[in-house]
Design a protein around this ligand. Sequence first.
Ligand SMILES: [Zn+2]
Length: 486
Amino acid sequence: MQRINHFKSIFTILLTLGIVLVQGCSEQPVNVDENDEIVMPEVEVSEAVTSKLLAKRAENAKAAAVDNDMETRDITAAPTTLTDQEKSLAAWVDDNQQPILDQLKDWVEINTGTDNIEGIDRFRTILMNELTQLGFSTEVIDVEPIDVLNCDGSQMKFASHLLATKGSGAGKRLFLNGHMDTVFSADDDFQKLEILSNGVLKGPGVIDMKGGLVVMINALRALDAQGALDNTNLTVFLNSDEEIGSLSSRPMIEKLAANHDIGLVFEGTRDNRMTRLRKGLGQARMKVTGRESHAGTAHEHGVSANLEMAYKIIELEKLTDYDKKITVNTGVVTGGEKRNTVSGCSDTYIDMRYPTAELGAYLDEGLRKIAEKRYTENAEYPEFPKTEYWSKLHRPAKAGNEIVDQLIAEAMGISAIVGEPVAGANTSGGGTDGSIAQAAGLPTVDTLGVNGSGAHSSREETTVASVIARTKLAAIMIGRVLGEGG
Ligand SMILES: [Zn+2]
């Protein structure tokens, strides 16, 4: 995603909202006192729709929190012991602790913001070499840029994805998935991996998901060192656009999901819990075209795109309903170019979250109706304001799955032995590509990466202990799935 400085535009919108809220007062007659001075009427802000909205949300949030707890079926560890072969996988990881951490540092410090095509190209080449050494055939998947509905008419460009395949053995067909991109652009201040004396590793993408990729690759290396990857069916797919919703890689993930038996995704965890249920995610863009005009000499000949957008934003945000577990967030808004010009264009980039496909469709329909409805008009220029709408329900909701629950129970059992025990399961409002794979029919555990906190922020951190323990866990889990037979 390109990073845009929106402050100016957001102020414009806020100002416009202010105008909307006090408009009831504008029709009051002008009063003049005994000295012929104009007496300003008392500004009486009509009961703001937003304050009601926020109060209702606060109320509903409590109820929703209780409901979420009821939905969370916690999982208990499956009792297990390690075979000699599995003990030697763990020993391999211990012996390689330093190179594993060095690799993590190298990978974190290659910037792979989704918009950094060159950075992702460099990183993909490194990953390709790793996988080639492990006996995979690799393929670079190029994708076309897509047009984006916004005021500056820019395109969204994607770096190529990486597909690696191995084997035609008789065992289970295992799909390993991760993403190379992070949310941190090349111009972000957060670029280095800091290793603190208490074993904390702080860096951009260290959980999401450079740490997970280190876990995955080194788990495969540990297995390969034992010859455990021979005659197995493995596919590794690493995409470059996960952080913007896998807009170009989704069809690949769906196609691959259909040809495998189990999916493992190396996203990170919080509170050492693995995720069983996830909300669905959608994204939408709205672009309002108005009519520019001089704000001083020809204000009445303008049709403000910002004003129309301000009304729309209030309606959009009203669709949030914590009872239904649906949220709409107008996360990015831009509009107008000059203070003294009625704005000719405004755009917004919107996030939607929903627990079921039906509610996803309901939100999408609600947004479309708001796009189609005109909240402002200028009889002289009936063609304005004009609104265009684009949306994509890009990640399906992830429902509970018996095989996934069993694998989480198994991971809990193994991690109790190898360290950093997984504490149970949780439900997440965030989505991963595991949701796409599972909706396409592939049971997918999507939190086999490292544990930590602060993902997507400059506080992102994990620990040395987690990287090492999760590498052992992944090696043993992959080994068990591959060994189960087809
Ligand atoms: Zn991620």
